[in-house]
Ligand binder design. Structure first.
Ligand code: KG4
Ligand code: ZN
Length: 355
């Protein structure tokens, strides 16, 4: 190795001051990994908006057996899937690791064992190819999914509804996201999954309830709206109300009206999410609203929000494949939210947001 190469090799990546993001002034290819829960995902994203390749390997079939995600099982499945998923993504993109500008991975929130698989794979690639590494917050990334194949620009209000979180976020600029409201108990996705489970429907319940609801009467049951702060959410009372209704039918040996319950439950959740997000729009004066997270795939919620277009609002929601967990959103977030790279010592976190 010549002297220059030796010096280059010995310079810690963290000292190389590579600038990442929209202001850096050059084309960037971000390689991203996502493994925070039950999807092993990999993507290569150009300049935050253009997805060159996108691979998702889901574990749903495995966890269906248990009615929910089993953390230890999830981590083991990530270990099995991660290399094939990475290889497929490079092959689909027809890009070599050497052409990648930076390697990114989700650092949290999520399941620790699962996060470690993606994080360590991305760090290893960064070290091997001597490129910068970027740690990404999964929640920020869900919001950034809206930049993919779109011309969306801040400021806007985001409603993030996933399996683990429900938040209203004020997005003032690409790098400034402020949470203005969140759930005090269950998330919207959790409510969907629990309600589906107590009616005997398979995990994850959101998509199933969404499919069943149009066959039911949304006025059949009036489920309660929680009395919490104006930007707070609480869905555990709603879940209990559905449980009581189901128990009543069971006790009387009457067939559970699954479609009517699904429709009435979805109506309640949609109205609550809409009411609070609309309030945030009115208070900030923002004219743009975006949906994010797995529950943003819900047909009724999308319909309700897109109706705002007739009132002069700009409404955005990611394509279905970028609503639920994916790595393209991690690539978009790495580009837009970080203007430099992270130290390779960065660690995973399960709950606290690292904004
Ligand atoms: O964002 P995501 O993939 O994972 C987390 O970060 O949590 O969200 C998963 C959640 C699950 O609770 C799932 O039931 C819900 O999104 N979901 C839906 C729909 N598709 C997925 N909920 C309602 N309607 C849907 N169509
Ligand atoms: Zn997610």
């Amino acid at each position: 190795m010549n002297d220059k190469l030796v010096k280059e090799f010995r310079t810690p990546i963290s000292e190389k001051k590579v600038l990442i993001g929209a202001d850096a002034g050059y084309d960037q290819l971000i390689f991203a990994l996502e493994s925070s829960c039950d999807e092993t995902a990999c993507a290569i994203v150009k300049n935050g908006r253009e997805v060159i390749a996108n691979t998702v390997s889901t574990q749903i079939k495995t966890h269906e057996l248990y009615g929910g995600v089993v953390p230890e099982v999830a981590a083991r499945e990530h270990l099995t899937s991660i290399v094939p998923v990475i290889e497929k993504t490079f092959k689909d993109a027809d890009i070599s690791p050497n052409e990648i500008t930076a390697f990114a991975a989700t650092v949290g929130p999520g399941l620790i064992g699962s996060l470690l698989v993606g994080l360590n794979a991305a760090k290893t690639l960064a070290l091997t190819w001597d490129k910068p590494f970027i740690g990404v917050n999964h929640l920020n990334a869900h919001v950034c999914a809206n930049y993919i194949d779109s011309e969306l620009e801040p400021p806007f209000i985001a409603l993030l509804v996933s399996g683990g979180h429900t938040q209203i976020i004020k997005v003032e600029s690409y790098t400034k996201q402020t949470i203005i409201g969140e759930t005090i108990d269950d998330s919207a996705g959790e409510a969907y999954d629990k309600v589906a489970r107590l009616m005997g429907l398979p995990y994850p319940g959101g998509a199933t309830l969404d499919k069943i609801a149009p066959n039911g009467n949304k006025k059949a049951f009036i489920f309660p709206d929680a009395k919490v702060g104006e930007y707070e959410f609480s869905f555990s009372g709603l879940k209990t109300a559905v449980l009581r209704t189901v128990q009543k039918f069971k006790a009387e040996n009457i067939e559970i009206p699954v479609a009517d319950i699904a429709a009435s439950f979805q109506e309640r959740i949609t109205k609550t999410l809409f009411k609070k997000t609309f309030k945030a729009l009115q208070e900030t004066g923002y004219k743009k609203v975006v949906l994010a997270g797995g529950v943003a795939a819900n047909s009724e919620i999308r319909k309700k929000f897109f109706e705002l277009e007739s009132q002069g609002y700009e409404v955005h929601a990611p394509a279905m494949k970028y609503c639920t967990d994916n790595a393209a959103m991690i690539g978009a977030s790495a580009y837009y939210l970080c203007n430099t790279f992270d130290d390779l010592n960065i660690e995973v976190f399960s709950r606290v947001a690292c904004q």
